[in-house]
Design a protein around this ligand. Sequence first.
Ligand code: BTN
Length: 331
Amino acid sequence: MHETDPVAVTILRELIAADGSHRSGESLGETLGCSRVSIRNKIQQLTDADFQIEAIRRKGYRLVALPPSLDALALRALLEMTTPLYFLDTTDSTNSEAERRLASGAEAPFVVVAARQTAGRGRLGRKWESADLGNLYLSAAFRPHLPPSRMSLFTLWMGLSLCRELSNEYRVPLKVKWPNDLLLEGRKVAGMLTEARIDADRTRDLIFGIGLNITGDVTAFPEALRTIATTLQSATSTPLNANRVTAFVVTSLLTAYEQFMAGIPTETFPQHWQAFCALTGSEVSVRGLDRELSGKVMGINGQGQLLLKTSTGQQHALHAGEVSLSRGAGT
Ligand code: BTN
């Protein structure tokens, strides 16, 4: 069955909209303009493709569960949007894939989702562990054409928006760690990597990549990550489905981008950040390109810089760097 099979997508959308109730084969047939037998055959194909669909005589069909791993058909059924979504079972890096598509002239925005990556990239040249099928590897590509000076809050805005939306939707105590991590109870649940091509006066194109651990098995992560990483699932007793969470993330990110382009209130941004900030009040050390600083995090300023007060009382505004918590500092 092809991932864009229109009959399969429509049946799934009808069953998703029925929200756990049954839909008769007859009414599905009427909606789709095809026979009950064709519906039954398509339902069988969906069941073979890992969709759990209950069939009860005289009641009809009920969607019990979507496939547990990321699935192109499930995402198409969940997301009714005009923005193109490219789904890949495996790619090197969704950021690289988005970059290639932009270079070959693809219209933006678009979204690339992969079930796994073979060369996932993190910040500062690090590797991003990307083998687990329960986790999300996503890049959204844009051509904002804004002056670079207007982009300073972009990644922070996207991260904060996602943090707020996911916290509300899944009732989890997510926090943002400057500049672009999401933490759950002190452990990393998501990392973001923004890559841009900038001309002298405008940001030509921009790729916002996010790796989000949804239902993956942390015990299967490399040992070094097991104690510092976690999943969204770990903080909620409701069973999560990676496809539903991904659809929610895609919608939230595209909305956040539209809001950013419309103009966000930069003066009040630090207050909004503060509400979800994992670091304020913590003693941290910051490794920059040319120096290392230790001090107390006071928050961020309107340009998205981290405000750090050292033991001498001097306040520093740090634009880019890697923040690591000092030993003994609680967040
Ligand atoms: C970090 O915390 O260092 C940032 C990690 C960003 C990982 C995501 S996964 C999807 C996208 N593709 C990549 O190669 N990297 C980003």
